[in-house]
Every structure is written in C-alpha cells, then in structure tokens.
Design a protein around this ligand. Sequence first.
Ligand code: MG
Length: 383
Amino acid sequence: MKKRVIILGSTGSIGRNTLAVLDGMRGEWDIVGLAAGSQWEPLAEQIERYRPEAVAISDEVHAGLLADRIGSDFEVFSGGDALSRLVEAVSCDCVVVAVVGSQGLAATLSAAKLGRRIALANKETLVVAGSLVLEAAASTGAELIPIDSEHSAVFQALHAGTRKELRTVYLTASGGPFRTLDASEMDAITIDEALEHPTWDMGPKITIDSATMMNKALEVVEARWLFDLEPDQIKVVIHPESVIHSIVEFCDGSMIAQLGAPDMRTPIQYALTYPARLPCPSTRLDLSQACQLNLHPPDEARFPALRLGYEAASRGGTAGAVLNAANEVAVELFRKKLIGFRDIARYAEAALSQHEFKKEPTLDDLLAADRWARQEVNRCSAC
Ligand code: MG
C-alpha cells in the first residue's frame, strides 16, 4: 500500500527538495496535501503536477487566485489556521513540516495529536513550544524525526548506543560567511553579504540566522527538546566544510559522527523512510579525492546570539518563544535595512531579558509571549 504524505511549506527550499526526493520514490508515496504561505503560482503548478486531495494557503487573497486557477477539483483551506485544518482533514502517514518560522506550530501540534509521523524541518516549532509538542507526541506515539541536518545526524548517531551511555552532543556549524570577520567590521555587514552562505543553499531567513549564528542558537534549543538533553550536554563546534553534520560522544569516549555532502535531500529522505535507507538522488561525498575537515570552537564574543540559545535552553518556559519571535522580527527589520546586522542579537537579548517569564506556559501563554516579543522589538527599533 502507498504511504500518504502532506507537505507543509511545499514551495520553499525544503518543500521543493522533499518533492524531488518523492519523485525518486514514485509508486511508494501519494502526495495527499500541499501547503504554502503566499506563493500561490508555484503552489498551483505543484497541485497540477501532483494532484493532492486538498491544499492550504495562509494568505486569503492568494487563496482566491489559487482557487480560480486550479478549479473545484481540490479543497482549498485558507487563513491563519489553514495548515492545521489541512492536517486534520486529510489522513496521512507523515506530515513534512517545512514552513518557516513559528507558523508551523499549530499544524505540528495537530499532527502530533493525530499520531502522525512528523518529519520536522521547522526548528522554530520546538524552540517555541518544545514541551507541548513532545507531550502531544508522547500521548499518541507520534514519531518526531528531524530533517534539520545536524539533528538528523544526531538522531542517526544515537543508534550506536543507549541514552544512558550518551555523554555529549556536538552540533556542527559552518560559522556562516562572517566566521573570520573582525568584530569591528560586523556593524557594516549588508543584507546582500548576509545572504551569501558558503556551503548550504537555503531560504533567506535561515541564511541570515546562519550568518548571526542564531540558527545554531535555535538548534541548541531544538536539540534540548528533541533528544531530552541538559543544555551542558550540547556543544557547538565550528566546521566550515559542512561535511560532518554532527557528532555524538558516548560515555566510553567513542564519538560517532554522520558525514555527507551538504545536501538536504539525504536527511529529508531518511525522515520519510526511517528506519529504512534507500538510494537517494543527493550529491555524494567523494572520498577518493583529498578532503580536509576542520573543527574549532566558536567565538562567542563575535557571535553573541549563541549564548542566547543556551539561555533559552536552560530557562525553558516562555524563553524560547521570546527568543524566536524577537529574532524573526529583527531579521525582517535587517532585511528592510532598518537595523544593523549586530542589532539582531542585541534586540533578541533585550527581549529575552525583559520579558515576563513563565516556567510552565500553556499554548496561549506561548502565543502571548510571541506577540509581546514582536511588539517589543518593533517598538525598540522605532525609538
Ligand atoms: Mg541545521
């Protein structure tokens, strides 16, 4: 029997790569749901090609344009809760969550409550509401398989031992384009410079997060929830080649790493087919050629965002929601050239230190913390 998959964020970088992976497994998977935020034309092309049972688009105006183009053969959900309504309406084996930012949260919770396998590319969901998502998944037995390359690597390496034997998780980081830049030059970084990533081809938000290393900060929080780690069990190591995707150290000193070319199709396919491995169209690492792998510790003075990730991971509660929301707004302001590169971490830090912290928040508390942080960063930037 064919497996059924819904892809949330199908027009983005991870979504398109997911479709490419599924193209290689035709006959085994039915794409039963597709969803995008506002890119209705690429979504319409995907719908015509893959003919899902239902689709979702958050933007109401674009939903009308989409419905006109694709006709009445497909159910179209629109509005702020479109993604979760799609997940609830269409039965499936796996939901790929590849939307950007905290908009993936409600749909991920819906998928967890329905016991679906969640192939999770959206780290913000766990950063904002890790405890709620894990709780919902535990109550139904929903599997949460990471697509984020570092977390996929950790997930794979953890199979080499037991949880009791685990000592440390090393998340590798490319260090982004400014890894060797002097701190004094960082104020002058432009948006175009921040959008040039040396090894990974990704969307604009995550590329800027990589440049500030906020991406790694969010990944520390993500790892804390995914693998139930203490923050001091998580270390970040700079690895400019992006070939070692992460390393797990066990109590006997053995370190197990997962390596491969920097190509998201491998972790995407693994999240779909786990525990099986199948041939994948991803780029191969050619070890018949000489290859140098460098590893060194990160410079936290130049990348203050990193420290904020550890703070959010150890405080838990509403801290992750505030860090994530403040960062999302600050990245938008930077993209609009309204604030400087180093202001992104400054605003995030200010929001984190000033917010009214709650240790055991409900979903409403988390959404309120998210709204407060967005307003706060907008207010501060207008001062
Ligand atoms: Mg990553």
